[in-house]
Design a protein around this ligand. Sequence first.
Ligand SMILES: Cc1cc2nc3c(=O)[nH]c(=O)nc-3n(C[C@H](O)[C@H](O)[C@H](O)COP(=O)(O)OP(=O)(O)OC[C@H]3O[C@@H](n4cnc5c(N)ncnc54)[C@H](O)[C@@H]3O)c2cc1C
Length: 440
Amino acid sequence: MNARVLIILYLGVVLLPLGLAAASGRPPRSFWDELASGAGLLAFAIILVEFVLSGRFRTVSRRLGMDMTMRFHQLIARTALLLALLHPFLYLAPFNPPYVWDWSRQLTLYFEAEGLITGTVAWLLLATLVALGMARRQLDHRYETWRLMHGLGALLIAGLLLDHSLVAGRYSQDPAMVYLWTGLFAVAVLSLAYVYILKPFQQTRRPWTVRGVRPLGPRTWELTLDPEGHDGLTFDAGQFVWLNVGSSPFSVYENPFSLSSAPGDGPHLQFVIKELGDFTRTVGSIAPGTRAHVDGPYGHLVVSGRPDPGIVLLAGGVGIAPMMGILRELRHRGDGRPRLLVYGNRIAEQIAYADELAEMAEDPEMTLVHVVSEPPADWTGRTGVVDGALLKELFAETPAMRDWLFVICGPPAMIEGAEKALIDLGVPRNQIESERFQYD
Ligand SMILES: Cc1cc2nc3c(=O)[nH]c(=O)nc-3n(C[C@H](O)[C@H](O)[C@H](O)COP(=O)(O)OP(=O)(O)OC[C@H]3O[C@@H](n4cnc5c(N)ncnc54)[C@H](O)[C@@H]3O)c2cc1C
């Protein structure tokens, strides 16, 4: 299923309730009442489909990319909130005249009391959930606490809205609509059950063991896992997994990390992990033999199967992780295409795998460009950052690069700058793949 089919499917599902309402043949009401109902129907459909846009479904995230999936999830949640906020006010707005048989609107309130209470609670919870999501980084609680609250809060909102729609909804009481809402709600519940029950259960049957941890640079570690009683993971170089070390897979303790090993390296998995917060700060002290669990692979930072005549890898800091996987795999496959790695770091000590990269660069098809922004006195390589100016210089040296595939991974500012510079330099969008190390 390609991205276009997914988008059409998405639009079909979220617009279906509006279509069913339009086809219901009920006598028309005031324009504002119809608009209010439409806003409510659309908001509820969007909210229910959000459960499968959580980034944990490969069919979706592999086609659209994880960044795009999560950005869409956030943007569309805000759209649903806006529609939901409008929904009650459009009914009550002074420019929307009340029914002649209910000029005070008291009858409607009386007969639909239950549905209105669940609708009001859902309305308040939805506003809180979206606001908490937007302010998450400013709030001082653990990511895992937020994640649990977000999932349970969303489920509660969906349940309350189902009751509100079936009790108070004008169109939602039609049999076809009852089946649709109940079906979509079931999909939402099952998607949570899949992520929090089925997937962890599958992980218990394919455990991993920590082989070892070694330092790669300041606050950066290489972690290696071996499969325990199974043949390992099938993945493409450049993909990532959700990793859980030392906790039950049924817990919320798992973090996304790119695989720095290549499928051709053998069944073990390797990661480059930079200390950032609660979990990553403990990586250096993980004992060999610790049990780990892996959910994946995810991600679209994949080179295999692409026909491009050459490959440019732009890595910033720990963004080298997926690039190592890709470079190692190209070597295993004897892929003779020209390739260029531009690897930016703040200080020279941060350069990971310096020796292995230097050895790879002995291949005449591989060019290695180190860029350091705070170079030591004896630095002979390039200085500065991976930006438009540097890309312009590289294009001048190798004009054929315009037709190559560009793979970018690093800090968000570097990715955004590089993408913009490449597009300005005439590289088509479909020749640029990038991944932000930011899930939400
Ligand atoms: C696709 C992808 C690939 C990544 N690859 C790498 C890599 O190869 N090497 C590397 O060092 N880092 C990588 N990261 C970043 C890494 O996931 C975070 O640094 C790590 O999760 C931080 O966890 P913490 O508990 O140490 O920090 P915390 O202080 O708990 O979190 C810091 C931030 O990390 C993010 N984060 C934390 N926990 C999770 C979680 N369970 N799920 C999603 N995001 C979370 C949140 O934005 C949070 O605000 C990647 C991220 C993504 C999205």
